[in-house]
Ligand binder design. Structure first.
Ligand code: GRF
Length: 207
């Protein structure tokens, strides 16, 4: 009997509707997928993704950031504790709208990835689609990257591109990018979970 390689226990952190989360959960249902979605954590009780995750039979936790006030690290310690209890090995941020402190990022360095709706290094931060339209770019897209302490500045693992079309508004462009995100993120998580892509001394190494 040949032993299956162990699947990396992965947590997804969300704040909202969770469409990327749902794509990762669906991909991880494949028999050969190298990650298992073991936990979904939301920082908001009204995050729509929580219900979606439960519907897929995935364990969920809601750790509301508000009682922690300005103490970001105290909130992160609560998240970190839950991740450790659940023996999580990898974290995928998917529409998680909290800036993480260097304490948390360093703790999970190389095991913490994010999807960002722009072709990084362009348009770090929020409102990326509106800013892309405003800048008049002809191409836009999304990036999956390792998380480093500086916001949206981590080494890029994978990107997908879309054209910006005449007449596009923010919603149309966001929808075109999101369609790509839902394919890109499962592929990128698989590369990290299988070890084909790793962060080594601050640089993405592929093998
Ligand atoms: C996505 O566009 C993601 O790139 C960004 O926030 C959005 C989250 O959407 N970080 P969803 O919650 O995955 O539907």
């Amino acid at each position: 009997m040949s032993a299956e390689p162990p699947r990396r226990r992965t947590a997804i952190l969300i704040s909202g509707r969770g469409s990327n989360m749902a794509a990762l959960i669906a991909a991880a249902q494949g028999p050969d997928y190298p990650a298992e979605i073991a936990l979904v954590v939301a920082n908001r009780p009204d995050a729509g993704g929580l219900e979606r995750a439960r519907g897929e039979g995935v364990a969920t936790a809601c750790i509301d950031h508000r009682p922690f006030g300005r103490d970001r690290e105290a909130f992160e310690r609560a998240v970190d504790e839950r991740l450790r209890i659940d023996q999580i090995e990898l974290i995928a941020l998917a529409g998680f709208m909290r800036i993480l402190t260097p304490w948390f990022v360093r703790r999970w360095e190389g095991r913490l990835i994010n999807i960002h709706p722009s072709l990084l290094p362009l348009f770090r931060g929020t409102h990326t689609h509106a800013r892309a339209l405003e800048a008049g770019v002809t191409e836009h897209g999304c990036s999956v990257h390792f998380v480093v302490p500086e916001l949206d500045a981590g080494p890029v693992i994978a990107q997908a591109r879309v054209p910006v079309l005449p007449g596009d508004d923010e919603g149309a462009l966001a929808a075109r990018v999101l369609e790509q995100e839902l394919t890109l993120y499962p592929q990128a998580l698989a590369e990290v979970a299988s070890g084909r892509v790793a962060l080594v001394e601050g640089v993405v190494r592929r093998s």
